[in-house]
Design a protein around this ligand. Structure first.
Ligand code: ZN
Length: 342
């Protein structure tokens, strides 16, 4: 009970990519880049193990961005045709590639790093992929002319990839869907159906991560505009509870998410954000435990997992590592407390 994991990404060392930057340019090319990715992957596994994290990830060390890392290996997407597009309902502008023809997976996207990570940790391994709705919100379309049809095609490609990750020994496949907090009507209309298509036939655990975004200025400003109570989750959790997804990763610490909304996720594992990725201040284990303790009023301890609010990719590396340790220690603290009570 009260295991720990992270949302997915960790900062990259300076010799792999420019620090504290989203879409950071690689610091190496060719064979040196492949070697740097490999070395960084082993390092982040070790750091998670040392911090006592139960379900580890490869820290997304081999991809530049959580969406485009997948898209780079998809035929039908033209990265030379990048356009400036408002994403997440125009919250901020990103340079996104364009879908120009029918989509097809050219080759396994993440097999190398998944196999590497599997060979180097005995812990349970989680692997993150972008969700179909978030993908279609982060790419320009000059071919399908229909968001839903394009999302379903991406869901099929994600499913091919997820099945291979499972075969490579991955224990949890997680789909990242920050767009679920933005297009709540569409989530109910087709977002969850696309997600279920992406997980079809998998026997490993499946998760969805739904957050309020990385700690960048556009997101911090957006959150400030959401008022004293953030009830976005309330609109999607009931539908999500009926989906075939096993686990829901969500933002909690330093947010205005009413904790009682967890009640709507009956039957799911909840990966509760107990580490703030929008602040350089390192939480204490007691603070982590306090957030989890509040959730215990609504989620049974065997379904509650300590997690980060979102990916830690843009953070300072030393800060992220200290936060990892607080996360592991906070979960352990609460485990001891519950053990004593039992
Ligand atoms: Zn996130």
């Amino acid at each position: 009970m009260i295991e720990s994991t992270i949302a997915g990404s960790l900062p990259k060392p300076f010799w792999l990519a420019q620090p504290k930057t989203l879409w950071a340019p690689w610091a190496q090319t060719g064979d040196a880049l492949a070697e740097a990715k490999r070395d960084a992957t082993l390092l982040v596994l070790k750091e998670q193990e040392d911090a006592g994290i139960d379900i580890v990830t490869e820290g997304e060390q081999s991809r530049q961005h959580f969406v485009h890392g997948f898209l780079e290996q998809i035929e039908g997407i033209d990265f030379d045709r990048r356009v400036a597009m408002g994403i997440r309902n125009n919250r901020y502008t990103a340079q996104v590639p364009t879908v120009t023809s029918a989509l097809r997976r050219k080759r396994p996207v993440h097999r190398t790093e998944a196999t590497l990570a599997r060979a180097h940790t005995a812990r349970r391994l989680k692997f993150t992929l972008p969700g179909p709705m978030t993908i279609v919100d982060t790419v320009a379309d000059a071919h399908y002319g229909d968001r839903v049809r394009m999302a379903m095609r991406f869901a099929e490609l994600l499913n091919e990839e997820a099945r291979e990750l499972e075969a490579a020994g991955v224990d949890v496949v997680q789909f990242d869907e920050p767009a679920f907090n933005v297009y709540m009507d569409q989530v109910r209309e087709w977002g969850i159906a696309a997600l279920d298509r992406a997980r079809e036939g998998l026997r490993c655990k499946t998760a969805v991560h739904i957050c309020y975004g990385y700690g960048i200025k556009a997101n911090i400003d957006w959150k400030a505009s959401l008022g004293g109570e953030w009830r976005q989750y309330e609109e999607i959790f009931p539908a999500l509870a009926k989906s075939r997804i096993d686990q829901v990763s969500l933002e909690c610490i330093n947010s205005h998410v009413p904790i009682e909304l967890l009640r709507l996720l009956d039957g799911k594992d909840v990966l509760l954000g107990a580490i703030d990725v929008a602040s350089e201040r390192v939480e204490t284990p007691e603070e982590v435990a306090a957030v989890l303790r509040r959730a215990l009023g609504f989620i049974a301890p065997e379904h509650l997992v300590a997690c980060t609010n979102c990916g830690m990719a843009p953070l300072d590396r030393a800060v992220a590592n200290a936060k990892l340790q607080a996360l592991g220690a906070g979960a352990a603290l609460l485990r001891r407390e519950l053990g004593q009570r039992a």
